[in-house]
Design a protein around this ligand. Structure first.
Ligand code: LMR
Length: 475
């Protein structure tokens, strides 16, 4: 390996000659060869935007000289535009790393310092002229920049997720409309219950997604309050008195987001509750997605021996052994993603309560878990939408056939007949396997015409355009 020697406060070490990262990154590579997972591009992007805002602020306040400051800003722009190219392998620090994220902060500082040095016609590693700590990290600490970059990256990711959720909710809503005139047995406790339409069920899935998305939006907005400017312990040590306001406004301009400074700069370093709350909103969404996926699997169960009220699209042969079998694989995958998100949130919760005194040093695992959860969802939900939800077919005959023999239809007559008489009718429906209507006529409670009218299924449900509703029937 061609290498150069770099020096830090611990001593000297070899660094690959062509690396933009430096000695502290190299130490982290040796110290933390843990998961093989590195920071996501959106987190790197957010961190570099923080560095750029800090350099612009330091320049404006006159604490950083024009030569070095301009070079750092130019390096930041170049790395930002080369994140998927030239600089894609320059952020090798594992997501499990030094507490607080010092290794990653130094990785960013080193890449920017070395590129800035090159821009100024100097060699990489010439830190006596432009230093990762003294110049790139000026007015900053890991402790305020890492959680700031975390919040920004989560906001970027959340915005994509919110769009994805709106589209998925729309797809469920379109199915709700398509199925709005298909009556079926409701089920409570997994037992026959009063009728609903298949459209009612799908409309509720759309509503559940929109509610979860609303919570994500609220939690995303809380992240606009940033710890930046607090430096190591929230006091803002080693910053100009005007730094905090100015750096937040520069960052707002760069990210086109209305950031505000932390209302309590000490709390902003001690506590990760806002990221934990966002993760909690993801957990809430995951629980809803798991529930919906499981409902789809249940309604699709069959084709001959299950409920089979809907048919999920067959997207691949289901079995390596049983020919002609098609499994609800898209919903199964969604379940597994949901379980992972709940697990990620549990790790976030443990990391959140582990803050001690001035700092929560567990922020790296909080950030990487949240970003992983969001990216699982933004990657998969659009596929789930097109390959599963949009292709769902209703089995209308099956829905009507189950409903025909559903003994709980007698409930609509219970106010007239009394609960015990109605229960007798339900028992006869079950024993003889004949519809409620027929038992009512056989027992002389109603004429055939009355029974047909009173138990006309379209009138029992809130069908679009139906003349009667459940309420009017009860009168
Ligand atoms: O890296 C820093 O800026 C601070 C570090 O996290 C520490 O508090 O020791």
């Amino acid at each position: 390996m061609n290498s150069r020697i770099e020096k830090d406060s611990l001593g000297e070490m070899e660094v690959p000659a062509d690396a933009y990262y430096g000695i502290q990154t190299q130490r982290a590579i040796c110290n933390f060869p843990v998961s093989g997972h590195r920071a996501s591009p959106e987190f790197i992007r957010a961190y570099i935007l923080v560095k750029k805002a800090a350099a612009l602020t330091n320049l404006e306040l006159g604490v950083l000289d024009r030569v070095r400051g301009d070079a750092i800003v130019a390096a930041a722009d170049e790395v930002l535009s080369g994140l998927s190219g030239k600089y894609s392998d320059q952020f090798p620090v594992d997501i499990f790393q030094a507490g607080a994220g010092t290794s990653f902060n130094m990785n960013v500082n080193e890449v920017l310092a070395n590129r800035a040095l090159e821009i100024l016609g100097r060699n990489r590693g010439d830190y006596s002229f432009l230093s990762p700590n003294d110049h790139v990290n000026m007015s900053q600490s890991t402790n305020d920049t890492f959680p700031t970059a975390s919040s920004i990256a989560v906001i970027f990711a959340a915005d994509r997720l919110i769009d994805v959720l709106a589209s998925l909710a729309e797809a469920f809503q379109a199915k709700a409309l398509e199925f709005s005139r298909i009556p079926k047995s409701g089920r409570t406790h997994l037992m026959d219950a009063l009728p609903v339409t298949l459209g009612d069920e799908f409309g509720a899935y759309a509503a559940a997604l929109l509610r979860a998305s609303g919570r994500i939006k609220e939690r995303r907005n809380d992240l606009l309050e940033l710890p930046l400017g607090g430096t190591a312990t929230g006091t803002g040590a080693n910053t100009d008195p005007k730094y905090r306001e100015l750096v937040i406004s520069k960052l707002s301009e760069l990210c086109k987001l209305p950031f505000r400074k932390a209302s309590n700069s000490f709390e902003a370093l001690q506590s990760r509750s806002q990221l934990a709350a966002f993760s909690g909103a993801l957990r809430e969404l995951a629980l809803e997605l798991i529930r919906i996926a499981n409902d789809l699997r249940l309604l699709n169960a069959g084709p001959t021996s299950g409920i089979s009220e809907i048919e999920l699209p067959a997207v691949q042969p289901g079995s390596s052994m049983m020919p002609g079998k098609y499994n609800p694989v898209m919903a199964e995958c969604l379940d597994m993603i949901g379980f992972q998100i709940v697990g990620n949130d549990t790790a976030v919760a443990f990391a959140t309560q582990a803050g001690q005194l001035e700092l929560n040093v567990m922020t790296p695992v909080i950030t990487s878990n949240i970003l992983m959860s969001v990216s699982l969802l933004t990657n998969y939900l659009p596929i789930f939408q097109t390959r599963c939800v949009e292709g769902i077919k209703a089995n209308e005959d099956r829905c009507r056939a189950y409903l025909e023999l559903n003994p709980t239809l007698v409930t609509f007559l219970a106010p007239k007949l009394g609960y015990l008489n109605a229960a007798e009718i339900a028992k006869e429906v079950l024993d003889k396997r004949i519809p409620v209507k027929e038992v009512l006529v056989m027992r002389g409670f109603l004429s055939k015409e009355e029974a047909d009218e009173l138990l006309k299924i379209e009138n029992l449900l809130q069908f679009p355009g139906s003349e009667k509703s459940k309420t009017s029937l009860k009168e």
